[in-house]
Design a protein around this ligand. Structure first.
Ligand SMILES: [Zn+2]
Length: 437
């Protein structure tokens, strides 16, 4: 099993310069190799127009990572006399990236690669050999040529595995994202074969906006509304950008230094909101996996709901898609069962006590009051309890319909398999009618 461990870095100014230099070196090697390949191809095309064929033509330029690197090494003294400033891995990384891009094109997966722009291309550089890894103090990483760089947080989670001999770092990728340098270690771990945890608690999770989630235990997990908290700061920062002279694609005018500063300030807020949000969902999903052995969630149609303009910002803000994704891999790793209820399972409209379904339940009705058995319950808690009940009777997942066919109400994520129920659309609609009745 290969996993990535990402650490934000706090380099010194000199180190940051060296990092930018390495990423630039990767780009230069990539662009130079691409230019060679293109020149080779157009040379052959021109020769063909003169009627040359077969052996008379200039031979194809080999485009494997190895061949490109060889061509680069032969030319680097002339093309980039400064090449010794950077680790040779930086150039090799550019050659390998181009080789992969060309292979993708040959296989029909991608278009012809384009030259990488100094201003817009993502800065990144991969190290596969040389001295890189964690430093014993758990607050620094070692990178070739760049040296020992301080990390934004402790590296102990990975360090413990490496010290115990259960993990091995294969490569390190340096990148600049969201205004900060990061290193991502690709790590070889033993295949996870968790024992399935059974018998323990079952929890139904109703995801919402007012609360991030309501659990069938009655607990409500608050929605921290990270964007709302920063919205006034963000609007001020965006306004400052709007008042300053930004880049103009039409005239090619470069942005002013004041605009760049304002832009950086606004980007920092965006990054902060994204980081806080990510932390919230990770804390939440990890806790669920730690405390319960079976987790039942709804199969929410997030993309469809995002089309509702009044809700879009709030729905995007609670990152349901992320929660689903994290639960999928975390349950798999921990041997916890994840049950995903059918998209049309009427979790809100059904009474969790007696099973009577209501025909209608407007969104503004926050309390579920059953007319049949008289129970009065928070709307979301009722839904969460219905979801939890699904896991208990997975034995009778298939329900008899009047016409003799049966419909899947939910399906279980057996650990280590990604299959989950996608019944044909027609059946789903049919099922919705049945439940609503
Ligand atoms: Zn009832």
């Amino acid at each position: 099993m290969i996993r990535a461990y990402l650490f934000a870095l706090d380099p010194t100014e000199a180190q940051a310069d060296a990092m930018a230099s390495h990423c630039g070196a990767t780009r230069v090697a990539y662009n130079w190799c691409l230019a060679q390949v293109k020149a080779n191809w157009s040379q052959r095309a021109a020769e063909q127009t003169y009627g040359l064929t077969g052996d008379q033509l200039t031979p194809w330029m080999a485009s494997s990572a190895y061949s490109l690197r060889k061509a680069w090494n032969a030319a680097k003294d002339e093309v980039a006399p400064w090449w010794k400033q950077n680790s040779k891995e930086a150039y090799a990384s550019g050659c390998a990236n181009l080789a992969a891009a060309l292979a993708n094109r040959t296989a029909g997966r991608a278009k012809m690669p384009r030259f990488k722009s100094k201003r817009t291309a993502r800065m990144s550089c991969k190290f596969t050999t040389g001295r890189f890894g964690l430093v014993r103090d758990r607050r620094h990483v070692q990178l070739p040529v760049i040296g020992v760089v301080r990390t934004g947080e402790s590296t102990r989670k990975l360090a413990r595995k490496i010290e115990a001999g259960t993990a091995r770092i294969r490569s390190a990728t340096l990148s600049y994202q969201r205004g900060r340098w990061h290193v991502s270690f690709s790590v070889d771990l033993p295949d996870a074969a968790p024992e399935e945890r059974t018998g323990g608690g079952v929890v139904g999770v109703d995801l919402g906006i007012a609360h991030l989630a309501t659990l069938s235990t009655g607990e409500q997990v608050p929605n921290q509304r990270r964007l709302d908290a920063e919205l006034s700061n963000l609007r001020r920062a965006e306004r400052a950008c709007a008042r300053r002279r930004g880049p103009d694609r039409r005239t090619g005018a470069a942005p002013s230094n004041r605009w760049k500063k304002a832009r950086a300030r606004a980007d920092r807020i965006h990054t902060r909101v994204a980081n806080l949000r990510r932390n919230d969902t990770h804390q939440f999903t990890s806790r669920l996996v730690r405390e319960f052995d079976t987790i039942v969630i709804e199969d929410l149609h997030v993309a469809g709901m995002l089309r509702n303009r009044r809700l879009a910002r709030h729905i995007a803000g609670v990152s349901w898609g992320q929660i689903r994704r994290q639960l999928t891999y975390k349950t798999e790793r921990a041997g916890v069962r994840l049950v995903v209820a059918d998209r049309w399972f009427a979790s809100s409209k059904t009474c969790s006590e007696c099973g009577t379904a209501k025909a209608k339940l407007p969104l503004n009705e926050r309390v579920f009051a059953c007319l049949a058995c008289g129970i009065v319950l928070d709307r979301d808690e009722n839904a969460a309890r219905n979801l939890a009940a699904l896991a208990v009777d997975t034995g009778e997942l298939r329900r008899e319909l009047p016409d003799g066919s049966d419909v899947r109400r939910a399906c279980s994520h057996a650990p280590q398999s990604h299959r989950h129920g996608k019944s044909p659309h027609r059946t789903q609609r049919h099922h919705r009618k049945v439940v609503a009745r």
